[in-house]
Design a protein around this ligand. Sequence first.
Ligand SMILES: NC(=O)c1ccc[n+]([C@@H]2O[C@H](COP(=O)([O-])OP(=O)(O)OC[C@H]3O[C@@H](n4cnc5c(N)ncnc54)[C@H](O)[C@@H]3O)[C@@H](O)[C@H]2O)c1
Ligand SMILES: N[C@@H](CCC=O)C(=O)O
Length: 585
Amino acid sequence: MTFLLKTLRIIKYKLSYRHVRYMSSETFDFNTFVAKNEPMPTYSPGTKERNLLDACVASYECRIRDIPIVIGDEEIRTEGERYQVCPFDHERKVARYYYAPKPVIQKAIDSCLSGRKAWERTPLAKRAEIFLRAADLMSNKYRYDLLATTMLGQGKNIWQAEIDAGAEIIDFLRFDVQFAREITEYKPISPNPEELNSIKYRGCEGFWAAITPFNFTAIGGHLPMAPALMGNVCLWKPSDTALLSNYLVYEIYREAGLPAGVINFVPADGPVFGDTITASPDLAGINFTGSVKTFSHLWKQVGANIETYKSYPRLIGECGGKNMHFVHSSAKIDQVFYGAVQSGFEYGGQKCSALSRMYIPESMWPTVKENLVQFHKQLIVGTPLYGETFMSAVIDEKAFARCMSYLDYARKSPNVSVVAGGRCNDSKGYFIEPTFLETKDPRDKLFQEEIFGPIVTIYVYPDAKYRETAVLASKTSPYALTGALYAEDKSVLDELSEIFEDSAGSFYINDKSTGAVVGQQPFGGSRLSGTNDKAGGPYYLLKFLSPQSIKRRTVPKTTWKHPSMAVNSPGKMEVNKKSFPHVTD
Ligand SMILES: NC(=O)c1ccc[n+]([C@@H]2O[C@H](COP(=O)([O-])OP(=O)(O)OC[C@H]3O[C@@H](n4cnc5c(N)ncnc54)[C@H](O)[C@@H]3O)[C@@H](O)[C@H]2O)c1
Ligand SMILES: N[C@@H](CCC=O)C(=O)O
């Protein structure tokens, strides 16, 4: 009976998915293509898209997807199967997967390399068309599956899943196509009529490795796609806790026409994968998003092997943050609460851009505190499958333990008090209550270390000391990812924006620190937050090109002499006897 119901649900969903939106690949002309951001449906109760999404989520009930390693066209399953579970219900398995050991990772490298030339020689416009087709499949046929797998596997609520696995991934694909055209439009000049100059926009010699995090399906899909678009071949190592959605993205690329072996899908133990790719002389680059710890480790491994590579590997790393909201007394107070709740707690604070330290002027603190406590009471924390849930569980046991250790520290520290929240429960899922803490010490570790959970710490400063506090805030953390400044006073905005210039790669004025949109706010940070390559903007793609400059002489030379030399007997080789006295006639 359950089986029958389940099958009926799947059939009903499959019959109803055709909800056709904008198709960018149908009338595609590479030379004129201009991307636009994917419209986001509201999913409010009773809408068509909400009903379709609910049916899609239900169709995954009792299903465990089997996810192989894919090298070329070959599916590989190794011994020792593993499971991805729902973070909000850790008894519920959603995917079964397998780790690639060293020889399998090496096989994936060899497979990539064997197809590299053919893919690089495929015209850019053709490569672009494949990824636009993928964007259309994501926008239409697979929209709800992408959301459902992100909700179930990564614990995002409907809106957070749409931002990521709906709009953002589609935007990445379409805007990258436009950016790829724009950055390859440059042609060198040929002012000498005897020469013709050109540039060949090659990919890199070797293979790229895309190592992706759990927290954004869009980042998972984008990191291998961007090098592939620019003519590279790539190994994609997805995160263990994002496999369900990430494998679907991989399947969509293949359905859209991506040839086998251009991207090989290689789930693996992190260190085994890292050791194998950094030991390969053919490593062309690593496109990484994740923690500082992992990126620094990879960088060291590349450094240790530097003399063994055929080319210097390029390293892109988008890492963590300790993102602040700095509030001045001229700020609009309601904007401060809304921003804090959304940026601090959406997706359980598991966005690299999430608010985690906040500076509030004394005069505002009583009202801000009262409102934060009131809002806190209204937040629904639970299963992301329920439409009114604001926030769900953190991703896994490790994240739960990390958040708990900071909450323990907060309870024990004489400087810290709990404003709201502070509880945790992992009996069903990895639930951490959204928490506001207040500290008396603006250099507290709560103001320096990335927690990556729903914990926001507040420091209350004397209004008149806003300048000194801003200078302190700009230097407190080793990260520089995102930051927001709330103020209405124009001179304060100018002054503080300058103070914060080096402390945030993505800076917001009177808006929260999360929610960058592709093509609108290219994203990334410096200091320990990464190499600031600005995904979602055009310059990102430059990293994946290794252009070849070509000069063609069209009129043969008639002499070897420099113009500065006397013109007697042009073109005839003469030996200068003063320089070579030993030369005799
Ligand atoms: N700046 C950004 O754009 C951005 C975006 C998303 C996430 N992040 C950051 O990512 C982190 C959260 O993601 P996470 O928990 O998945 O990070 P993580 O570093 O634990 O894992 C990232 C990836 O690296 C792999 N990995 C782990 N050890 C490895 C090793 N030795 N060699 C090779 N690969 C290895 C993991 O399996 C995973 O696929 C946070 O710090 C967050 O701020 C940054
Ligand atoms: N680009 C996203 C964050 C990505 C990191 O997790 C944002 O702007 O909120």
